[in-house]
Every structure is written in C-alpha cells, then in structure tokens.
Ligand binder design. Structure first.
Ligand SMILES: [Zn+2]
Length: 362
C-alpha cells in the first residue's frame, strides 16, 4: 500500500506510543517511560526494571487502526517475559496495558519489548527498550524528632507518616534498580530555642545541631520535624559535598508544615526525599540550570530532579505532569532518566546514581 507523505530530511511515523500505565502517585510496579526523543543510540523509549520484579507499561495506538492485529513479544524470553496479555495477543482498542517480568539483572542488561504486526513473527511496528537492573541497596535512617524549648518542655513529635513516605521513595527508585533498606525509626528529643521549630537562620542555624543527633554512618539520615524556621521551607538536603562545606553531617530534613499552614503531604514529602536522595547520588537539576533559569519543558517538569516540587501553573498543557496537583500547582514527577539527550548535561541519571551508590560514601 502506498502512503503519500511529504518528507524533508526526516519524518518519523509513530505507530504506537509508550506511557506510564497509571497517573497520580508513583508506584513500584509502574515505571515512568523515558520517551525523550527517538534517535540514536537507542531509537526507542526506555523503561528500567529491577531483576526478578514485574512491571506494567501502557501502549497507546497512535497511527495504526484500533483493530489492527498486534502482538507483544520479548526479544529474549530468557531475560524478559511478557505476562499479559496472554500469548502477547494485544486486544483491539486504543490502548493496552502490558505486564512484564524481568528475569535478569545487570548494570543493565538490555532487552526489547517488540510490538509486531499480524503475528508474533510479523514486522516490528515499535520497540520499547527495557533495561534490567541488579538491585543496589541503600540504607535510610529515619529520625522522628520532638523539639522542646530551652527549658525542655512543650514540644510535639513530627506527625510524618514515615512508612507511607518511604513507600513513595521506594516506588520512584525501584525502576533504577535501587532499593532502600529502612532502618528502625529513631525517636529524638532536642531542646532548641523555639518549641517545634528548628531554625535555619543565620544559616545553617540549628540545623547543625539537628544533623549531629544520633547520626548513623553509611546511611542517609532523614530528620522529620514539625517545622523548619518561620518561612516557607519544608525541606533541606545536604549531600556530602554541601555538608562538608557547611561543617555539618550530610542529611535530609523534612518539615510537616510551614508557619503559614502549608502541609507537606505524603506524596510531596516522599518526592522531596527521593529528590534529595538523588542529590546524594550525584544528580543535579535538569541540565544543571538553577532558578530563575530552570527548564520548563514538559520532560524536565516530569523529572524527579526538577528544581521545584510544586511547579507554578502555566495554565496550559504543560501543567499536566501526570503526577497530579496540589493547591493549583503541578506536582513534580518521578522520572529518573535513562537516556542521555545531546545537549543536556547530567543526563542518564540512572547510570550516574547507580555508579555513585557503588562508589559511596554519599
Ligand atoms: Zn534539588
């Protein structure tokens, strides 16, 4: 069949697209898809999977009939198994969720999920590159802190839901083959100047004392407090290089709320913790651009390492990162990148982070 198309240089006909198979919060079974560009060297969208684990990914029909017979096939069934749809037979309809299992690990081992036309050996209409990772473990020590005043009275413990926040962090990093071992929660009591508040002024203020409290070496120490200062801060992260410069221990501090009553909900706090862990793993903001020059493209706003957790609304399609919104702002996404796009420094974040985890300390 002839297809009349005007082409100058290059035109890519996209038969099907790849998407995260759910919206809203990150989930350990639903990897985000690095769909940034279709060029060399991968010529495909990419997901990461952890060895021996299952994942779902969504295939959407774009320039192919909803009833065209399509089949999901692993390029190497010893490495990647297609669990659903049964036999790889994709039902008709606009989109399909495909369930996969990574049977191998590596750093990474690569295998393709192929969409074939007509039969399981028919021509390939799309490929998704699946990178299968051996698990790398990182230990987090959570500290739930009660801050009393100078007389040792009046404080209340942070009300952060540590378990749910950690589930959120695990969900984001699973797809880079990283798993966190969560140490037992340490309950801390400190006497500082003001009840329930750790002051960061003049910087680093009382943060230094907090970060010296029962700090556990070779783990990421996370301190949950009621409130940080009296401004709008809900979190601080001090990775090793920053901490060394300040003369403090590395660590992450998360507040439950601000003085004005902003509440750090689980999705927000979990994303912040996962982001700060990214800094511990030597990741920087997209293309290392800082405010007011942060990147505003939809790819960057979907990345875990974007500068802002609450992203100002543009009032257009850019506001949908697929991770939901809070207070009229788009939530930052959870994508840890797999590609290295030309012109974007600090890309292929999964590779950088896994290297940093092995070389440590972070
Ligand atoms: Zn950051």
């Amino acid at each position: 069949m002839a297809i009349p198309l005007s082409i100058y240089n290059e035109r890519r006909v996209v038969m099907v697209r790849w998407k995260r198979a759910r919206t809203g919060d990150p989930h350990r079974h639903y990897p985000d898809v690095d769909v940034r560009g279709t060029k060399t060297p991968e010529f495909a969208a990419i997901i990461g999977m952890m060895q021996d684990r299952e994942a779902y990914v969504k295939m959407e029909r774009e320039n192919i009939d909803n009833a065209a017979p399509l089949f999901a096939v692993s390029s190497d069934a010893a490495k990647l198994q297609v669990l659903e749809p049964a036999g790889g037979t994709i039902p008709s309809g606009a989109d399909t969720i495909i369930k996969l299992k990574a049977l191998t690990g590596g750093n990474p081992t690569e295998v393709h999920l192929e969409i074939r036309f007509g039969s399981t050996t028919g021509p390939i209409v799309s490929r998704l590159l699946v990178r299968c990772y051996t698990r790398r473990r990182v230990t987090i020590t959570p500290h739930v802190v009660t801050i009393h005043d100078g007389t040792g009275a009046g404080g209340t413990a942070s009300v952060a839901n540590v378990a749910n926040i950690m589930t959120h962090v695990q969900a984001i990093w699973r797809h880079s083959g990283v798993e966190f071992t969560i140490g037992a929660t340490q309950n801390e009591t400190l006497n500082l100047a003001t009840v329930d508040i750790v002051s960061h002024t003049p910087f680093p203020g009382e943060l230094q004392t907090l970060l010296a409290t029962n700090w556990v070496a070779n783990t990421i120490n996370v301190y949950f407090v009621r409130q940080i200062g009296t401004g709008n801060f809900l979190g601080f992260g001090f990775s090793r290089p920053t901490a060394t410069g300040l003369g403090t221990n590395p660590g992450i501090i998360l507040g439950d709320q601000t003085a004005s009553g902003m509440i750090h909900d689980t999705a927000w706090a979990g994303n912040d913790l996962a982001h700060e862990a990214g800094h511990f793993f030597q990741l920087w903001h997209p293309n290392n651009q800082q405010p007011p020059n942060q990147r505003e493209d939809t790819w960057s706003r979907r990345m875990l390492m974007h500068n802002h957790n609450l992203q100002g609304a543009h009032g257009n399609w850019k506001d949908n990162n697929s991770y939901g919104s809070v207070g009229g702002n788009a939530r930052r996404g959870g994508l840890v990148t797999h590609k290295h796009i030309t012109g974007i420094a600090t890309d292929n974040e999964t590779r950088t982070a896994r290297g940093a985890i092995v070389s440590g300390p972070y």
